[in-house]
Each structure stands twice: as structure tokens, then as C-alpha cells.
Ligand binder design. Structure first.
Ligand code: ITT
Length: 194
């Protein structure tokens, strides 16, 4: 079976990709499995640029077809922040929980109708032959005032989904994958493979 590197250091993303791409006729391998520890600097100013940097660099390092995801949360009341800085929001040493609290403090006093936000995800697939494929998607929601739920990762506990009437951390993995930015982008990628 052909191998495909899912090039992420984020365990939450990796877990989601393993489920999302299960139907592909590829054996998915992770950076950990390959012992690749290089940290790729995300110097781009868009999700696409960063996903491209990660996919190309890890494909070169692994000599394998590789996919990378660059994603994040855009909050309208913060002019789109943290955006591409979502995993580096605050300081690099902060935990997901610390970042959630920082975001909540920045939004203190912002009324519900102004707490609109979206998760965006760009996935780039870079093959060893230099072929680049890009898919992207997003999901709209609101930043609620306190964290709820323990599934998922990152900002899931404060991302309220009106159609589900709960946060994305309260959704079962399968339900999050059905509607999430990453889930919808991954479905497009599967179509490309087919
Ligand atoms: P890799 O670059 O190694 O893939 P990363 O976590 O640094 O890992 P990004 O630069 O793409 O990845 O940052 C994505 C951040 O956006 C992630 O760390 C979360 O804070 C947030 N995020 C993205 N998708 C999310 C999701 O489905 N649920 C919650 N938070 C998410």
C-alpha cells in the first residue's frame, strides 16, 4: 500500500485526519512514526502559504507524498485574530486552555451578536513529483463566554455552533468531522484522490 505522510505536530489534527482519510487506499504515517523532528517555520501570512511551506518541506524531508493543514480561528470582533497565529496566540509556551482564556478575556463585554467567528482550514498535498493540490473550507460560529466540552482540541470548547446548539468540543468526533472546516476540506481531498 502507498504511504502518505500526514505532516502535523498537532495530535488533535492527526487524530481527526486518521478518521477522515480512513477510506483512502494509503497507509497514513505521521512525523512521529518517521522520527522527523524538524520544526518548520510558518513564515506565511495566509493559511495557504503556511500549508504550502509545511507540505513541501515535509515532503522533501520524508521523500514521501505529504499533506499539511494550516488552520485557525478568525474572530470578527478582533479583526480576524488570532487567524494564522492561532497556535501561537499569546506566547508559544501557553497551553490550549491558556489561549482559550486569553481569547475570552479579549472578548469580555462584547455582545453575543458581535461574537461571530469561523474556523478555516487549508490542506495542501505535495507529492514527491512536485504536484501541488489545495483544498479549503470553513465553518461559521460564535465565541461563547465560557468553555464547555472536552472533545476536540484548541478552541473547540468556546466555538458555539448554532445548528448543533453546542460547542464543537461537545460534539462526538464523527459529528465534528461531518461539519468541521477540516472535515469538509478532507472530503474534497478524497474526491481529488478518487
Ligand atoms: P501543525 O502546524 O504541526 O499542523 P499547529 O497546531 O501549529 O500544528 P496550525 O499552525 O495550523 O497548526 O494552527 C492551528 C491552530 O488553530 C490549532 O493549534 C488550534 O489552536 C486552532 N484550530 C485549528 N483547527 C481547530 C479545530 O478543529 N478545533 C479547535 N482549534 C483548532
Amino acid at each position: 500500500m502507498k504511504k502518505l505522510l500526514v505532516a502535523t505536530k498537532n495530535q488533535g489534527k492527526l487524530n481527526e485526519f486518521v478518521t477522515l482519510l480512513a477510506e483512502l487506499p494509503y497507509k497514513l504515517v505521521s512525523l512521529n512514526t518517521l522520527g522527523i523532528t524538524e520544526v518548520v517555520e510558518e513564515t506565511g501570512s495566509t493559511f495557504y502559504e503556511n500549508a504550502l511551506i509545511k507540505a513541501k518541506t515535509y515532503s522533501r524531508l520524508s521523500k514521501m507524498d505529504s499533506l499539511a493543514d494550516d488552520s485557525g480561528l478568525e474572530v470578527d470582533a478582533l479583526d480576524g485574530r488570532p487567524g494564522v497565529w492561532s497556535s501561537r496566540y499569546g506566547s508559544e509556551s501557553m497551553s490550549d486552555e491558556d489561549r482559550v482564556q486569553l481569547l475570552l478575556s479579549e472578548l469580555q463585554g462584547v455582545p453575543w451578536d458581535k461574537r461571530t467567528a469561523r474556523f478555516k482550514c487549508v490542506i495542501v498535498l505535495a507529492t514527491t513529483l512536485g504536484c501541488i493540490t489545495t483544498v479549503e473550507s470553513s465553518i461559521e460560529g460564535f465565541i461563547q463566554c465560557k468553555a464547555q466540552g472536552s472533545n476536540g482540541f484548541g478552541y473547540d470548547p468556546i466555538f458555539y455552533l448554532p445548528e448543533s446548539d453546542c460547542t464543537s468540543a461537545e460534539l462526538a468526533t464523527r459529528d465534528k468531522n461531518d461539519i468541521s472546516h477540516r472535515g469538509k476540506a478532507a472530503k474534497q481531498l478524497i474526491k481529488v484522490f478518487k
